[in-house]
Design a protein around this ligand. Structure first.
Ligand SMILES: C[S@@+](CC[C@H](N)C(=O)[O-])C[C@H]1O[C@@H](n2cnc3c(N)ncnc32)[C@H](O)[C@@H]1O
Ligand SMILES: [Zn+2]
Length: 287
């Protein structure tokens, strides 16, 4: 039986589901987890034993997102996705760096309500994230895979989502159909400013870059800004799910842990790109 939308990450052939493993015609073999997701990250594409977000970051992000603190972003992402796919009957969506699938599932539910039945392939380099995602969200094809060597065919996707994960523009250009849409979420200059004021003596604003990506034209830039007031547990979860958790000293951590409430600005920009009709890039084989 042919497996879901993912293909062999080594040769690009379809995968057959043998029950316990996935195999292509060239006899490359990959594990299929009990939760139904596929391990499509060959050892030569791994830059660490367990790459991507670790178990604690994944658990913290799941608790935080399920608290609804980022709902303004989630709603805007769902709106933008529905509008990008309004003319399509069975569009294919690829969610790159999908984490625990919080936004993936929200987009799927919004589309179904709008009468659009999507096929969704979501992947992340973190096994912990994909395991959590596949355990909770059904009706979505999940895989452990890298955005820099995506196990999907050329020109298969109507929409690629890249929500706060690495921008692999060549691969996104390759898998998108001409005219397809890429939605890329980036933090604003003052995203998490209140948190950074607690953690650091001298916080810096995030750098906002204007970058052109070959094969894409930017068609929209949608800012979402809000202020949130977080109870102590949610503030610690927010900290744990960000890269600040790796680079904050003991004094900053202690100041955060002493708080009853954290007030912070949050801000994201959704950059919306259209895939132009120019030739696609070639499949890459390094992460
Ligand atoms: C900030 S999280 C965002 C997760 C999810 N999109 C969300 O917003 O909830 C970034 C994610 O990118 C993943 N990631 C990092 N490098 C990656 C790569 N090369 N390919 C795919 N995913 C990657 C991490 O494991 C992590 O789950
Ligand atoms: Zn193969």
């Amino acid at each position: 039986m042919e497996f879901n939308c993912f293909i062999c990450p080594l040769c690009g052939e379809p995968l057959t589901d043998t029950g316990s493993s996935l195999r292509c015609a060239a006899d490359h073999s990959f594990d299929k987890a009990r939760q139904g997701y596929a391990h499509l990250l060959p050892v030569q594409q791994k830059h660490a034993l367990l790459p991507g977000d670790d178990r604690e970051m994944v658990a913290a992000r799941r608790r935080f997102l399920e608290g609804g603190w980022y709902d303004p972003f989630c709603q805007k992402l769902c709106e933008l996705s529905a509008s990008a796919l309004s003319e399509k009957e069975n569009p294919l969506i690829a969610d790159a760096g999908c984490g625990e699938g919080y936004y993936t599932a929200a987009v799927k539910d919004t589309l179904l309500k709008a009468g659009i039945t999507p096929r969704i392939c979501a992947f992340d380099i973190s096994k912990f994230a994909v395991k959590a995602a596949a355990g909770q969200h059904k009706g979505i094809d999940f895989a452990v895979a890298s955005s820099y060597a995506i196990p999907l065919p050329d020109a298969c996707a109507d929409l690629v989502l890249n929500i706060f994960s690495p921008m692999a523009d060549r691969e996104f250009a390759r898998i998108l159909k001409p005219g397809g849409t890429l939605i890329f979420a980036v933090p604003s200059a003052r995203h998490l400013w209140g948190l950074k004021e607690i953690l650091y003596e001298k916080p810096y604003e995030n750098e906002e870059k204007e970058i052109e990506y070959p094969g894409f034209s930017e068609i929209d830039r949608v800012p979402v800004r809000a202020r949130i007031s977080l109870p102590a547990q949610a503030a610690c979860d927010l900290f744990a799910m960000t890269p600040y958790a790796w680079k904050t000293g003991a004094a900053g951590r202690a100041r955060l842990q002493a708080l009853d409430q954290l007030e912070t600005e949050i801000g994201f920009d959704f950059l919306v790109f259209r895939r132009e009709n120019s030739p696609t890039g070639e499949r890459s084989d390094t992460v």
